[in-house]
Design a protein around this ligand. Structure first.
Ligand code: MG
Length: 282
């Protein structure tokens, strides 16, 4: 009798355990934490050094953003006969190399000469440009991702150290001296002539490198930039080499250099890049 009661109790216990286990396994799985979106990029800074003008800090969040100007329809500008074609209507990357290590360029390019920015910065193989006219066509990604400096960021580096910013600045708030066609960290463009994401845009740049007497700067680097045919800098002097959150100091090595394109982690497309070396008329 006793033995039978134990057996029955054991059966009841086993049944209760089974019910409990079943109830436990039928519970909905614990909610997975949502994937963390990256924090938004800052639209400016208030803790950076003052610029020499004494009015604004580098990347000052309070500096007024340039007025928006709608450019005219896009017009491509084919290379003139005396230009050095850096990126033509084919997949020839022979005039470029990786900035780090100098190896062959790994950025993808199609048969029509449209190159997308990839991992690592690239530069022209030639490293002795001084004064030049430079035409660049680019397009920021048509799919908008990120904000401020995290959206369509690349850059055109003159003499290797002076950056004309590439950014998707179409309805994208970022610091004035960091938006498209800015002399990065130094001067905003006079106006914002950006086209919408995905559309082809152009920079037409006239650059004269700095001049030195020994180690003394005699004349700073000067630049005139047209963004989509609109003048945004007119013979403006770089305050020094481009840096993030500060302004660099001129060095005699800045007198000549390469043209570089920046990898900032966003796939920006480039095509039709050419350069004309400038020589004053007699
Ligand atoms: Mg940049």
């Amino acid at each position: 009798m006793m033995r039978g009661r134990i057996t029955i109790s054991a059966c009841v216990l086993a049944a209760l355990c089974a019910v409990g286990l079943a109830a436990r396994t039928q519970q909905p799985p614990a909610a997975q934490p949502a994937p963390q979106a990256p924090p938004p990029a800052p639209t400016g800074y208030k803790d950076t050094p003052m610029q020499p003008n004494g009015k604004w800090r580098v990347h000052d969040d309070d500096r007024p953003r340039p007025v928006v100007v709608k450019p005219g329809p896009f017009v491509g500008l084919p290379a003139p006969s005396d230009a050095i074609v850096l990126l033509g209507p084919n997949n020839d990357l022979s005039k470029w190399q990786m900035t780090q290590g100098g190896g062959p360029v790994s950025w993808p390019i199609d048969a029509a000469g449209v190159m997308s920015s990839g991992k690592g910065m690239i530069r022209t193989a030639r490293n002795d440009f001084t004064d030049y006219q430079l035409h660049v066509e680019f397009a920021t990604p048509s799919e908008v991702k990120g904000n401020s400096q995290g959206r369509g960021n690349s850059g055109v580096f003159l003499n290797g150290v002076f950056e004309i910013q590439v950014l998707d600045s179409y309805e994208n708030k970022s610091y004035a001296d960091g938006q498209a066609s800015a002399m990065y960290g130094q001067y905003p463009p006079m106006v914002n002539a950006s086209r919408p994401p995905g559309e082809w845009q152009s920079y037409d740049i006239t650059f004269t490198g700095p001049r030195f007497n020994g180690t003394t700067l005699e004349k700073p680097a000067l630049v005139t930039v047209l963004h989509n045919g609109v003048v945004v800098h007119a013979n403006q002097a770089f305050l020094g080499p481009t840096m993030h959150r500060q302004i660099g100091t001129y060095a005699p090595t800045n007198a000549k250099g390469y043209v570089g394109l920046q990898d900032h982690g966003n796939p920006v497309r480039f095509r039709n890049i050419w350069l004309r070396e400038l020589k004053a008329a007699e």
